[in-house]
Write a protein that binds this ligand. Structure first.
Ligand SMILES: O=c1ccn([C@@H]2O[C@H](COP(=O)(O)O)[C@@H](O)[C@H]2O)c(=O)[nH]1
Length: 587
């Protein structure tokens, strides 16, 4: 872990179940390779993961089974370690490559901005040349304009110890927000391509599909159906992501799918056991699948390896942790802009509410920063999509790192001047409508909200979410403390997926999740009496297509040419400026 990172505390644990073929999985790490310095439960860093994987591989070798590492994209955007350098990722690419990832693919965040996609192609693809898979993604060379596969379309290889034949694919969901130096082919089309049809006819003991795709998204179903049609008896394993949740499902009795959360909070574990060799595949062959969501902290990593503080870190792992420390120092990520007077939550506290980050933005920040000096006294509606905010603000120092953690995007405020208020006032309602109006495809209005809400549609409120709940340690091993003197449970994930509610490796007290609207809105410079005739409609540029669509549905004929820049600077910069001005400097 990084110097100064919060110390994890022991908790009741569930063991990993090993099979013949085993996997460790990361997804949507978004630059959090230093770990969560303020959250003990997720405070291990990428160097610790390197040590962990080395011990786990050694165990696999000793036991004659196989272990593969998977990463399903969105490695960038969302943490100072990636975002704070110029160019972005100056340190991140070299840190990330130190992990021996066997199967890796691209997420949408590697593609929003052309220069990010260029760097992915120039750095990460060659760093993982044999292992990077891009089944439905092309890259356009900036010099020649030539369109080429981002990486190999699929990978066929043999596992180290059992020589199992694996055919692996690497997909991205049907993403349309990519910069124009990449092309994402819809999954429905890809599975009809000749190369794919040939690949699923290769001799394989196991098919592995990694994808930046939620395990309940239709894209994985499409791929599953295509492979299964040709291979009725083979095990098919899926590793997904994008939705930022811990999740698992099975598409049939010979398939299994797992998604491993977000922000390097989770290291996913999947194992499959049974007669995996294709010669043994039959109607009667029984495969067993297991999944575990490992909280990324040293107490847990020591537990799963049976090691301790002195025996756990490998030389390689220590060196990677040191690379991260050096990068964080050089990037001055601990530089403090202000001291947050209290914790502001995205989903753990209701909106609107005194502890909601969105209420804080709506009531305090937006009215103060969304000001165009030449139109300062014009009444305006300022709309922010909730997905623009990526993480909670914890009470205490708000640092350079926090700015990117909370809002890594380059989104700026744009506006349409003088929109009749009778139309403008209804826009927020349409943007927040529960999918009735703009409900599918790239214009699904849930794409304006946080990714978790693609699968969580209602509040999850527990009767006693507080940390004073105690373990129901029946059948679980108390780690540090006897059954009589059970450890107090820390708050954390209490995942329920299609497999059950025993997926998390650590037994936690549950936390609440309150659904938030797709967008929030501040009314600024409104007359004290009556309504304005017209208003400036101000919004983050990311949601322009939805705002234009909403206006059109309301009878306002506006197009992209009516949208103008409102103020200079990004939401991130404006918010940080507000914090510098309004919160105490020292904590
Ligand atoms: O410029 C941007 C880009 C994205 N968003 C929000 O992020 C999610 C996608 O997040 P993932 O990590 O890929 O799941 C998108 O739906 C938007 O809500 C944004 O606000 N601004």
């Amino acid at each position: 872990a990084q110097p100064g990172a919060a110390q994890p505390v022991p908790a009741p644990m569930r063991d990993l179940v090993w099979g013949k073929l085993n996997f460790l999985h990361t997804t949507d790490t978004h630059g959090w390779h230093a770990g969560h310095l303020q959250e003990p439960q997720y405070s291990a860093d990428w160097g610790d993961y390197v040590s962990f994987a080395e011990h786990m591989r050694a165990k696999a070798d000793r036991d004659g089974v196989d272990l593969l590492l998977v990463d399903t994209g969105d490695r960038v955007e969302g943490n100072g370690l990636y975002d704070a350098s110029d160019p972005k990722g100056k340190y991140y690419y070299d840190i990330y490559r130190e992990q021996a990832v066997d199967l890796i693919c691209t997420g949408n965040h590697e593609l929003y901005v052309a220069s990010t996609a260029d760097r992915e192609h120039q750095r990460t693809v060659p760093n993982f040349r044999q292992n990077y898979i891009a089944s439905n993604l092309d890259y356009v060379d900036p010099e020649s304009g030539e369109r080429m596969p981002m990486a190999q379309r699929y990978r066929k290889f043999q596992t180290k110890n059992q020589k199992l034949d694996v055919v692996a694919f690497g997909f991205l969901f049907d993403f349309t927000g990519n910069a124009n130096n990449t092309v994402v082919q819809p999954v429905e089309e890809t599975v009809q391509e000749q190369w794919f049809q040939d690949a699923i006819r290769e001799e394989a003991d196991v098919f592995v599909v990694i994808g930046h795709v939620g395990v309940h998204m239709p894209e994985f179903r499409t791929i599953f159906r295509a492979i299964r049609k040709q291979n009725p008896l083979a095990p098919i394993l899926f590793f997904g992501g994008h939705v930022h949740v811990r999740d698992a499902t099975a598409y049939d009795s010979r398939s299994f799918a797992v998604a491993s959360g977000r922000y390097f909070e989770t290291i996913g574990w999947m194992s499959v056991d049974g007669e995996l060799e294709r010669t043994a595949h039959s109607e009667d062959a029984d495969f067993s699948f297991h999944r575990r969501y490992i909280d990324n902290n040293l107490v847990g990593l020591h537990y799963h390896t049976g090691l301790n503080e002195s025996t756990f870190p490998t030389e390689h792992g220590r060196n990677v942790s040191a690379m991260i420390t050096k990068a964080r120092d050089e990037l001055k990520l601990d530089q403090t802009f202000g001291c947050a007077p209290k914790t502001l939550w995205m989903s753990r506290s209701p909106y609107p509410g005194k502890d909601s980050i969105y209420s804080w933005l709506e009531n305090e920040v937006l009215p103060d920063v969304a000001v165009n000096s030449s139109r300062g006294d014009v009444p305006r509606l300022v709309i922010l999509n909730t997905g623009a905010i990526r993480f909670d603000i914890f009470k205490g120092p708000f640092t350079r790192d926090t700015t990117y953690i909370v809002s890594p995007f380059l989104s700026a405020f744009t506006y349409i001047p003088n929109v009749p208020y009778r139309i403008a006032r209804k826009v927020i309602k349409l943007l927040n409508s529960a999918g009735k109006i703009m409900e599918s495809g790239p214009m699904d209005n849930r794409f304006m909200a946080i990714p978790e809400q693609l699968v969580i549609h209602e509040d999850i409120v527990h009767e006693s979410p507080a940390a004073d709940a105690y373990a129901d340690a029946f059948g679980q091993k108390p780690l540090g403390g006897s059954a009589e003197k059970r450890p107090r449970l820390t708050e954390g994930y209490t995942t329920k997926d299609d497999i059950g509610s025993d997926g998390d490796d650590t037994v936690h007290a549950p936390v609440n999740f309150y659904v938030v609207p797709n967008c929030v809105q501040a009314e600024v410079e409104f007359p004290t009496d009556g309504e304005p005739e017209t208003v400036d409609l101000v919004f983050l540029d990311f949601i322009t297509p939805w705002v234009l669509m909403a206006l059109r549905l309301l009878g306002g004929e506006y197009s992209q040419k009516d949208v103008q820049p409102y103020i200079e600077g990004t939401l991130t910069g404006l918010m940080t400026g507000w914090i510098e001005k309004n919160w105490p400097k020292d904590c």
